[in-house]
Write a protein that binds this ligand. Structure first.
Ligand SMILES: [Zn+2]
Length: 140
């Protein structure tokens, strides 16, 4: 199998606007929960110019589904809307809670990156990862 390079993309706050919800636990950026909140960044189309040399992966924590703040359907709709703009090789999602025991995929754990690397024969040394903006904390 040919060895490929990858760009690992965070979703909420990187590809689409993340939402600050004061009613949801700890002020982390949340995913949009409905159409009104969904704003995909126009600039992501630039990623199309990298697809000759890189596979694009989304790696995303989505605990809001388990918490009941987000539906699986809308989560899929966000993914589909992004995939219509840039060709995503695969979307890896951790549906666990940060506190779930035995989860090795909730970022910053590397589980999702390691799975993609194995599954698609990715050369990790020549690959890139976006900053995890959803760990952004709001003060005050
Ligand atoms: Zn997980």
């Amino acid at each position: 199998m040919k060895i490929k390079n990858a760009i690992f993309l965070d979703r909420d706050g990187t590809l689409n606007e993340g939402i600050i919800k004061e009613n949801v636990d700890n002020f982390k950026l949340r995913p949009p929960h409905n159409n009104k909140e969904l704003h995909i960044y126009k600039d992501i189309a630039i990623l199309n110019s990298f697809t000759d040399n890189f596979c694009l992966f989304i790696i995303t924590n989505q605990p809001d589904i388990k918490k009941g703040f987000q539906t699986e359907e809308f989560n899929n709709y966000i993914n589909l809307s992004i995939s219509n703009i840039i060709p995503i090789t695969k979307i890896y999602t951790c549906f666990c809670l940060e506190t779930d025991p035995g989860c090795n995929c909730y970022k910053p754990s590397p589980g999702m990156i390691l799975n993609a690397t194995k599954e698609f024969n990715i050369n990790i040394k020549n690959s890139f990862c976006t900053v995890f903006l959803n760990n952004f904390l709001v003060s005050g």
